[in-house]
Each structure stands twice: as C-alpha cells, then as structure tokens.
Design a protein around this ligand. Structure first.
Ligand code: ABC
Ligand code: CA
Length: 476
C-alpha cells in the first residue's frame, strides 16, 4: 500500500508464535514466563483471517520472518523473532515459505494485507564483546560489517544509541555498521527482493532510533510500500525528526504515555492528553500518518493495571478518533491483562477460543465501520487534522470532521454528566449518530451540542446523513 491507501486502513498486530496453531488447537499450553516457542504458525493465522476481518481490520502486522538464533538463553528462546541470525533464510518455527506465501495470498483474497516486521539494526549472538561472525550470519559474516563493540548505555548520546549494541551479555544485539556502503547495499536489495518475492503490503521497522536517520529514506524507497517506524521515545520533537528525515509514518509514542495516564484512573490527567494532541499538530509534519496504539508487545497491556470497563473502552477508542492509523494488539478484544514484564503481555491467543461476542470485539467493529463509512463519504476525513473541541478535568472532545468524539475518564457507574460543546463543525439542527450507543442527537439552533456522558461511556458522533446504507449501527 502507499501512504494514501494506508490512511484508510486499520492494523491488527499479532505475534506469529502466539496467535494460532496449525491444527487450530484452543488448548495447547503456553507458559509465557518460559519465554519459549508456543507453536503459533502462518497456517494457524491464515485460518483466523475472518476473525480479524470481522472486527474491521484489513492489515495484519506479523513478527519478523527471518531465521533467528536457536537454543535457550536466560531470556528464553527467539519466539518473538527479533533475534536475527540470517536475513536470507526463514524462521521455520512459523512454517515454510509456501505457508507464508499462502497466508499472504489468502489475505489478499479477502482484501487484507500483511505487514512484515523487519530488523536492520542488529543480529543476535550470545557472545557480547567476543562475537566473531561466520557464515551462519548469512551476508553479515565479517567483523568489518559491525560497529566496534560497545553497549548502548547513554540515551543522551545519539552516537552511542546508533553505534553500540542493545541487549545484555546473555543475548547481545550485535550492532551492524549501517554506515558501511556494503551493508547498506545488502539491506536495500534484500528489502526490495523480499517485497517483490512475497508481496507484503507494508513493513514495520524495528529500532529506528538506533540507526542513523539518513540510512532510512533509501531503504524505505527500496521497499516501495508503506513503512512505519518504531522510535521508542516520548518526546515529540525527537520522534518528529524521524518523520521529517527518515520515514513518513512513525508510531505515536509521544501520545502513548499521556493517553495511558489520562485513562488509567478516574483522576487521570486529561489536560496533559489534550495538550499533547495540540502539540503533535505543531511538531509533526503530518499527524495523519502517525501509527496510533494503546498496547503492543513491548509494553504492559493497558488492562494490566486498569479493570474499569469504561476506562478501558475510552482509552481503546482514542487511536481511532484522533489523527493517524489505528493499531490494535491481539488479545485486547479478549480482555487479556498481560503484566509488568514484556513476556507477560504475549499470551497465547488460542486460549481465548477467538470469541467474537465480546464487547471489545464489537466495539472495534463499530469504530472501524465508522471510520470507513466517513472516509467513503468524505475522503478528506483521513487527512483532516483533529483539534480539541473542549477539555474538562474528566473529558476530552476531539473534533476530526465529520467525526466528533467525547471521551471520558469518569468510569463505570458515574451517572449522568452533561456538557455543552460550542464552535463545532456542524450546522444548526444537524442529526448526529453516536456510533457507540447507536442513538441519534441533534445540534441546537445556535450550532452547539448538548452531550450527556452516561456512566463514563465514550461517544463518537457522525452526521446521520453520511451513514450510507445504514452500515453503522445496522445490527444494534
Ligand atoms: C528481553 C526480555 C526483556 C529484558 C530485555 C533485556 O531482554 O524479554 O524482559 O528486559 C526483542 C524482544 C524482547 C527482548 C529484546 C532484547 O529483544 O522482543 O523481549 O527483551 O533481547 C524493539 C522491539 C522489541 C525487540 C527489539 C530488539 C527492539 O519492539 O520487541 O525486543 O529487536 C529500546 C529500543 C526499542 C526496543 C525496546 C525493547 O528497547 O529503543 O527499539 N524495541 C527508553 C529508551 C528506549 C528503549 C526503552 C526500553 O527505554 O529511550 O529506546 O527502547 O528499554 C519514556 C521515554 C522513553 C523511554 C521510555 C521507557 O519512557 O520517553 O525514551 O524508553 O517516557
Ligand atoms: Ca545501530
């Protein structure tokens, strides 16, 4: 997909090892704390495309596909796929080349695309400073292709961040010399070939801040598809520099931290979130290309610390109603709670039995339907910048015409709370449909809107006139 095509999509993230087994088992044990392979495969995932499409997601982000270092370590096995050994061969634990190609073609047949996760910053080894690469590392078999060994230990020193190794002495992420023209050329032709050979629709790029900014444009160009980069940092100018200099889309880590903080309790800080929404529009070249998320495989699931269903539902709504492309991490729709350490947030999906009747499964379906119906009625919806229509201690009202959302952290059982919104983008006496509650309201003669937040529920309003063929709220 190109950037424009991608703006209208919604991404569902899976960890290939943890999503679905080849035989469709819903009982195969998976002890996350063992940090070992649990048995998820491409074939298993291919059997669950309808489950994912049923929520309205049309792009699936899978784990890195290349072969990884084998064996067990103090950090477990390479089940997540980030411990590259040889970029020229596949991780057979996830299935064969034919299985992967089959997954991609089955997805395309359903108008879905596969986003592959790629790592260029490093390969993995268990030897830290004593690493001597050999032919098992594919094209990166010579010491000259790596930076002299040092640890990433000073995040205020960008050269240290870019040219030293992540990891620890047990599993060292040996830092490739991405300044070396030979290394650059190997990666650019590799990614070009990978996309041509498999037909991936998009890529997710790992550890972007650990490679010099000007490495990326040629790499993304060689890929020739939408690329989203992981720049794990909460400071807007730091991340925005990558959008300007490296790739059009980066994950919205700057909003991630205040988003969690706004909804993690009924006294969460709402004003910091609304300030960040405004800051993003002035810091980033294009907020509509950001990758928005509440959960992923590296951080504690939101539900690790929050169990109020309404707080969860409000937080989960934000990535869909603000600028950018929504990303949802598998298992959120099943109420997975994860934990503090990364591996605890990587549960086996099959143990949920892929229940399509949960409130969150339906909630994501409503949000994705609302986005696509608005985008079809008014294609400029995706590129129209969101603004804060109003913000209170407990509410944030986000205007992204023709959509208007009111999110709240009052929580379940908080009764009725009213507010009046002014200066909206609607005419007087416009019928508005709340796509969550499926009730219709009307703007007042003075164009204002009276909103009642009922028991802390989120509301997402769209003009009822744009609800073509009653696609939104048809089944409710
Ligand atoms: C394993 C264990 C962990 C253990 C670790 C040492 O080893 O599972 O429990 O702590 C893969 C696996 C991991 C594995 C690692 C290392 O490899 O998935 O399970 O951890 O073996 C990407 C991927 C990630 C992947 C890798 C490596 C990179 O998404 O899944 O990990 O290929 C840094 C990197 C980032 C990386 C992340 C895990 O580490 O930059 O690319 N993710 C600060 C730094 C960030 C740093 C972050 C976490 O800490 O600035 O650069 O991310 O260490 C905000 C600030 C931020 C700050 C955060 C914490 O707070 O603004 O700057 O981030 O307020
Ligand atoms: Ca590096």
């Amino acid at each position: 997909y190109d950037n424009d095509a991608m703006r209208s999509k919604a991404v569902y993230q899976v960890l290939t090892d943890r999503f679905a087994t080849s035989d469709g088992s819903t009982t195969q044990p998976c002890d996350v704390s063992a940090m070992s392979y649990c048995g998820g495969t491409y074939k298993g995932l291919a059997g669950k495309l309808d489950y994912i499409k049923g929520m309205g997601f049309d792009v699936i982000w899978i784990s890195p596909i290349v072969s990884n270092i084998g064996g067990n370590t103090s950090l477990g096995e390479s089940y997540h796929g980030y411990w590259t050994q040889d970029i020229y061969s596949l991780n057979e634990a996830f299935g064969s080349e034919a299985d992967l190609k089959d997954l991609i073609s089955q997805a395309k047949a359903k108008d879905m695309g596969i986003m592959v996760d790629v790592v260029v910053n490093h390969v993995a080894a268990t030897a830290s400073g004593n690493f001597i690469p050999n032919d098992s590392y594919g094209p990166f078999n010579s010491t000259a292709q790596y930076h002299p060994f040092c640890w990433v230990d000073d995040y205020n020193n960008q050269t240290n961040v870019e040219q030293c190794s992540l990891g620890n002495t047990d599993v060292t992420l040996q830092d490739l010399d991405t300044e070396d023209p030979n290394v650059v050329q190997i990666f650019n032709s590799w990614i070009k070939g990978l996309i041509a050979d498999y037909g991936f629709e998009a890529i997710r790029i790992d550890t972007v801040k650990h490679v010099r900014k000007d490495f990326w444009p040629a790499f993304v160009d060689a890929a020739g598809v939408y690329a989203v980069g992981e720049v794990l940092d909460g400071y807007p100018p730091y991340v925005a520099a990558y959008q300007k200099q490296s790739m059009d889309s980066v994950f919205n880590y700057p909003v991630y931290f205040p988003l969690k903080a706004a909804f993690n309790s009924t006294s969460g800080n709402m004003s910091a979130l609304s300030e960040m929404v405004t800051t993003l529009t002035t810091t980033f070249d294009d907020t509509t290309m950001l990758g928005n998320f509440l959960d992923n495989h590296d951080n504690s699931r939101f539900e690790a610390t929050v169990n109020d269903k309404m707080l969860i539902m409000n937080a989960a709504t934000f990535p869909f109603v603000s600028d950018g492309i929504p990303y949802v991490y598998y298992g959120q729709e099943q109420g997975f709670t994860g934990g503090e350490i990364d591996y605890e947030n990587r549960e086996a999906m099959w143990l949920s039995n892929f229940n399509t009747e949960t409130d969150m499964y339906k909630h994501f379906g409503k949000l994705n339907t609302a986005r696509s119906v608005m985008g079809q009625a008014q294609p400029s919806f995706y590129t129209t910048k969101a603004s804060i229509a109003d913000s209170t201690d407990s509410e944030i009202a986000i205007s992204k015409p023709p959509m208007l959302s009111v999110l709240s952290n009052r929580g379940a059982g908080s009764g009725s709370n009213t507010m009046k919104l002014n200066n909206l983008a609607y005419d007087a006496n416009t019928q508005l449909l709340d796509v969550i509650g499926c009730k219709t309201y009307s703007t007042n003669g003075d164009k204002s809107l009276d909103v009642t937040v009922q028991d802390g529920a989120p509301q997402v309003f769209v003009p009822a006139s744009l609800n073509q063929d009653n696609k939104i709220c048809s089944s409710t």
